[in-house]
Design a protein around this ligand. Structure first.
Ligand SMILES: O=C(O)CCC(=O)C(=O)O
Length: 312
């Protein structure tokens, strides 16, 4: 696999970033984030994992040595319980709002940048084939406008053998691709030898950020170490473009809510910030009202009702 083409913090400008994204579909910015903010998230996440018994107790939890027999992943119920605690961490939500990242995203998405409020924490056990993220485009999962960007942020140094993200260079130019329902991936991309040369990836370090377009195909490498790989990914767009409301609320049946998420936070500045913005939802609230009355089956109607209740 070829190494990422990288850009250093001192080279950043709208022209450089936009031309990298246009040409390659991604940009790796080295040493962008404040290390204290990254470390704060790492410390909080590993504390939760340690309390859950996922890490070897005789080692410092920030080393992330996986406990024997603890491996699990979505949708295992044990995983979901711990993931919920990780998702509730204030430091995890604070990282996407780091001023240096926001500045870069403003250069890409424009002055009125919207930070999507639901970052995803990745808690990847080693040597567990079924937990490796398959090749996909983020647009398949997020919907809305194709003009959004993902920032993938490792919480610690992450050599290739620890399973960082890899990118299929320039794949955003292929447009919206068909995804298989089973394991949600882009089948033809994984299987043809012709694309093998297109994959790029590198050792990444705490503080680096890998930014890519919503249509850029990406996948994880397998984690072949004995440590967990921890990262977060979050999405950014021009706030004036449409957004799918499911990216703002918890539409599922899990009982998650923003109130529960915010319960242990020490400051209020990031609570419900997105509610203060004049966002254009698609489907709109009026559409959701109709869907909540007419969609089939009843589980879908309940889903739309949950969305509506959280948007008010
Ligand atoms: O970290 C991973 O394994 C997957 C990340 C991903 O798919 C994303 O950032 O969109």
């Amino acid at each position: 696999m070829r190494a990422f083409h990288e850009v250093s913090g001192s080279e950043l400008s709208p022209a450089v970033l936009q031309s990298e994204l246009r040409a390659r579909g991604y940009v790796l910015v080295r040493d962008l984030l404040n290390k204290k903010a990254v470390d704060a998230a790492l410390t909080d996440v590993t504390r939760v994992l340690s309390q859950a018994g996922w890490l070897q107790p005789e080692h410092d939890s920030t080393n992330r040595l996986a406990a024997a027999g603890a491996a699990c992943g979505d949708p295992d119920p044990a995983f979901k319980r711990v993931y919920q605690q990780v998702f509730n961490l204030e430091s995890l939500h604070r990282l996407p709002h780091e001023p240096s990242l926001r500045k870069v995203m403003t250069m890409l998405a424009g002055e009125e940048v919207l930070v999507h409020p639901k970052p995803i924490g990745r808690l990847i056990f080693p040597n567990c084939e079924r937990l490796v993220t398959h090749a996909h485009q983020d647009f398949e999962f997020m919907g809305g406008d194709t003009e959004f960007y993902t920032a993938w942020i490792p919480l610690h140094d992450c050599p290739i053998e620890m399973g960082p993200l890899r990118i299929l260079e320039a794949s955003h130019r292929r447009g919206v691709l068909h995804h298989e329902r089973d394991n949600l991936h882009v089948p033809e991309i994984q299987e043809t030898a012709a694309v093998a040369d297109g994959w790029v990836g590198s050792h990444v370090y705490a503080g680096d950020v890998l930014i890519f377009h919503s249509l850029t195909v990406h996948a994880a490498s397998p984690n072949l170490t004995d440590q967990m790989r921890l990262s977060i990914d979050c999405r950014f767009q021009d706030a004036r473009r449409i957004i799918n409301p499911s990216n703002l609320v918890f539409a599922g049946e899990s009982g998650k809510s923003w109130e529960k998420t915010y319960a242990g936070w020490t400051s209020d500045d990031l609570k419900f910030y997105w509610k203060k913005l004049p966002l254009t939802l698609q489907p709109s609230k009026a559409d959701l009202v109709v869907f909540a009355e007419t969609a089939e089956p009843a589980t879908k109607r309940a889903r739309y009702l949950r969305m509506l209740s959280q948007l008010d």
